[in-house]
Design a binder for this molecule. Structure first.
Ligand code: ADP
Ligand code: MG
Length: 269
């Protein structure tokens, strides 16, 4: 039997507001993730999904509202401090380090666990070697989990784009997060790669106990993976609940139809 999930939400965002100049990108958004949940953050392009991720992870502090992680207020905290609160993310655009191997990119995910004064630790080489072994063991475990053995020593820029996306996931997981935020992890992938990532998302939750915020603009993906969804349109939450409830909401249908109509008008212009 699985133990009862703790009552304190993993993540709680209350009335989050964020503007860029005159543009209100987020208008009082509430979002909550319970332990062990996969929550989808959905919405047409430009609806504020990535901005929400940037607010949660401290890249863009909110101008109003509050963000709590495991019950602790982290509003306005710097990104590196937030990363130490067992949160990891991937970026909508690949953010890997060229010139480094797959393994080294994954090991970078361990930095949140490295002791301050890593340089000083070089003098205590025996201790440092032991630290290094632990980090490598975690990285190797994740390489197995994500089936990256065949490319582990390859330079990252020589690895196909779909696999690079998987390396970014591996790096996020290497920090052993309790909350994993994935910003459109399937963008640009073929069907087989998408199915692989979907499997990984479920396994990360089921086998590693990670709660997940999944950003997607395709409704069908979240419908099959998520316990709960929040739908944004023009920075406003227009629906929330189970995926089934959300897709039947007239506002959601209108937001997606509006986007298609705009795309058609653009194409015929
Ligand atoms: P989504 O991820 O849902 O596609 P974003 O959160 O990236 O949407 O963007 C929401 C709105 O905020 C868009 O209109 C976008 O142009 C604007 N925006 C996002 N980041 C910035 C920024 N750093 N400066 C100015 N405008 C931004
Ligand atoms: Mg985005």
């Amino acid at each position: 039997m699985t133990p009862p999930a703790s009552r304190t939400p993993v993540l709680e965002c209350i009335g989050v507001e964020r503007s860029f100049g005159g543009l209100k990108a987020l208008k009082g958004v509430n979002l909550s993730i319970a332990e062990g949940e996969i929550v989808g953050l959905v919405g047409p392009n430009g609806s504020g999904k990535t901005t929400m991720v940037n607010v949660i992870t401290g890249f863009y502090p909110p101008q109003a509202g509050q963000v709590k992680l495991f019950g602790q207020d982290i509003t306005g905290m710097r990104p590196y401090r937030i990363a130490q609160h067992a949160v990891a993310r991937t970026f909508q655009n690949l953010a890997l380090f060229r010139g480094m191997s797959v393994l080294d990119n994954i090991l970078l995910g361990r930095h949140v666990h490295m002791k301050p004064g890593a340089l000083a630790s070089l003098f205590y080489w025996a201790w440092a070697a032991r630290e290094e072994t632990v980090h490598r063991e975690v990285a190797e475990d994740i390489i197995d989990f994500l089936q990256l053995q065949d490319v582990r020593d390859d330079a990252i820029e020589t690895v196909p784009p779909g696999l690079q996306k998987r390396v970014e996931l591996a790096r996020a997981l290497a920090s052993e997060p309790r909350l994993l935020i994935l910003d459109e992890p399937m963008a640009g992938m073929n069907q087989e790669e998408k199915e692989y990532i979907a499997r990984f998302i479920l396994d990360a939750r089921d086998e590693r106990g990670v709660s997940i915020l999944l950003i997607e603009h395709h409704m069908d993906v979240v419908t099959s993976l998520c316990d709960q969804v929040l739908v944004l349109s023009h920075g406003e939450a227009i629906a929330s609940g189970t995926p089934r409830e959300a897709i039947s909401s007239p506002q959601v249908v209108a937001a997606y139809l509006g986007q298609r109509a705009a795309a058609r008008a653009g194409a015929s212009a």
